[in-house]
Each structure stands twice: as C-alpha cells, then as structure tokens.
Write a protein that binds this ligand. Structure first.
Ligand SMILES: Cc1ncc(COP(=O)(O)O)c(C=O)c1O
Length: 288
C-alpha cells in the first residue's frame, strides 16, 4: 500500500480515538528508528513526545524486539493459573525497583485497566465505597477509569459511577488566589480536601486516586508538601492513597517512579506505558 492508500483506508474503515473523524489526517509511517519516524515520501519526523509519553526507549530497540521474538517462539499465551518464566522474572524485577512497602504486582493490559483494578482492590480491602479523584486528571477511557477521569473526556460516560467524588488539585499557576508561597497553597488545598472528606464521611471513603504529577492535563507539579499532606490525610482517615504512575513511571521524572520525588509511599501504584514502552501491551498494580 502507498501512504495515501493507508490513509484513505483508515479514514474509511477505522475510528480514530479522541478525534473528530471528518478532519483526521494521519501521516502514514513506513519505518521508525530511535527518536525518528519516516513517512512514505521519506520525510523524517522527530518524535518530540515519545508518542503517548510511553516510548521511553525509542523505536526499534533490538534487545526488546529479540526478547519478544523469543517469547513468541516459546509460546504466546498461557492462562494466569500456569507459570510463565517471563511473568515471574518481571514481577520480581519490578518489586525490587519499588520501595519496601510494595510486595506484589498484579499485571493488566493497560493503564485504564490498572486503575479500574486499583478501585476494586481498594473497595475490597477497606470495605468502603467512595473513591476520590481530581477534576484536572486523566486515568483512562474505559468505563471505570473514564469515571475516575475528571476532565471533559469523562462527559460521555455520565451519569457516572455512584460514589466517585471529584476534588480540585492544586494548580497554583492559574489559581484566582495569589498564594504568598507554595507552602501556603499546599495548606489551602489540603484544608479544602480535608473539608470535602469530612462532608463525604471519612468512613465511606476507600481511596484517593491521583496522578503523582498531572500529565495530559498540563504537566502540573504539586506544590511543596502537598503529596505528603495527602498521605497524612489518608493515614488519618484510613483511606488508601493510589498513585497513578501510568505516565510518570519508568524514569520519566528522573526517578524510577514519580512519587519518589515527593517523599511519599503510596498504598497502591498503577502503571503501564513505559513498562514495555508500547512494544507489547502491559500494565499493572503494585500493592503491599
Ligand atoms: C495518567 C494516566 N493514567 C492512565 C492512562 C490510561 O492508560 P492506557 O491508555 O494504557 O489505558 C493514561 C494514558 O494516557 C495516563 O496518562
């Protein structure tokens, strides 16, 4: 197929995510290597976003390609009740990278699924039902994760899941209040969060889900002391702190996971993207 044929076939037969279908104009890609992509006219493009902020090692990594081929030759699938060397090795490796508060990993296929499982685990573990998440957030597009999501990509899923409660994250840069310092902002936002927990009833709140650094809603770094403050509120009210590390995980913030920058230890960590850099679908939950 030529680049134009690929484009017109896709436009005819394929729904593209998050796009007004009429105006899509995908560049057909012939090859990709490192940080570069080439179209069918041999124009070279530099990938400035690591695709979906997931291609941390770039395109065409030979070691990964070979490992995938080896696995395909051994077997492509066995049910979770069987033992697979690749799953055993990866689970051990991931736990070794994590703080000592994490003991087990539960594998999924993507970030959204990881967040959905985190909610199920939190509800089962605490016996409580309400789940707090933030307006300025994206946690995935499946029904549960899409309801955790606070930004407008949530609207088509509404009316949403009962017990999912939204709160505002600290966005000091565009806040109407001119805070004298980051610490003052932190104090204000934690006070509002505490108030909201109290009004919702702490005995019914199972978990607070947050992106450690807000990703697709603006790359918003929390002000000093905010995440430890959320951790302290969680401890005070027996609420689980769930950090969505789907975008911030696997080295994207200078540490292996984003939360390591803020001196906090979450109760559940969700991950995807950089764990395989898009070479194969994979996500997961880390739990104690
Ligand atoms: C913070 C965050 N959580 C969850 C997701 C959903 O991940 P997936 O697309 O793998 O379902 C994304 C995807 O962009 C994300 O950025």
């Amino acid at each position: 197929m030529t680049g134009e044929e690929i484009k017109s076939t896709l436009k005819t037969y394929n729904l593209q995510s998050w796009s007004k279908q009429k105006n899509i104009n995908p560049i057909s890609i012939k090859k990709a290597e490192g940080i570069y992509l080439w179209d069918y006219d041999d124009n070279r493009y530099t990938d400035m976003s690591s695709q979906l902020v997931n291609l941390n090692v770039g395109f065409g990594n030979k070691e990964i390609n070979n490992a995938i081929k080896e696995q395909v030759d051994q077997f492509c699938f066995v049910a979770p009740s069987y033992g697979a060397e690749s799953r055993a090795k990866l689970a051990k490796k991931i736990i070794e990278l994590m703080p000592d508060t994490m003991g087990k990993v539960f594998f999924t296929n993507a970030g959204a699924e990881s967040n959905e499982n985190a909610v199920k685990i939190a509800r089962l573990f605490t016996g409580k039902s309400k789940i707090f998440s933030r307006y300025r957030s994206y946690h995935g597009s499946s029904f549960g994760a899409g309801n955790l999501t606070g930004e407008p990509r949530r609207y088509t899923l509404e009316p949403g899941i009962p017990g999912f409660v939204k709160f505002f994250d600290p966005y000091v840069y565009r806040e109407a209040i001119d805070f004298p310092s980051e610490e003052d902002a932190t104090k204000y936002y934690l006070h509002k969060l505490r108030e909201q927990i109290q009004y919702e009833g702490p005995d019914s709140v199972a978990a607070i889900v947050l992106e450690t650094i807000t990703g697709s809603n603006g790359v918003i770094i929390p002000p000093k002391g905010y995440l430890p403050g959320v951790r302290a509120l969680c401890d005070e009210y027996n609420i689980l702190m769930i950090c969505d590390e789907v975008m911030t995980g696997w080295g994207r913030t200078g540490k292996m996971f984003g939360f390591e920058n803020f001196d906090v230890k979450p109760d559940i960590v969700t991950f995807a993207k950089g764990v395989t850099c898009g070479y194969v679908p994979l996500g997961g939950n880390l739990i104690y």
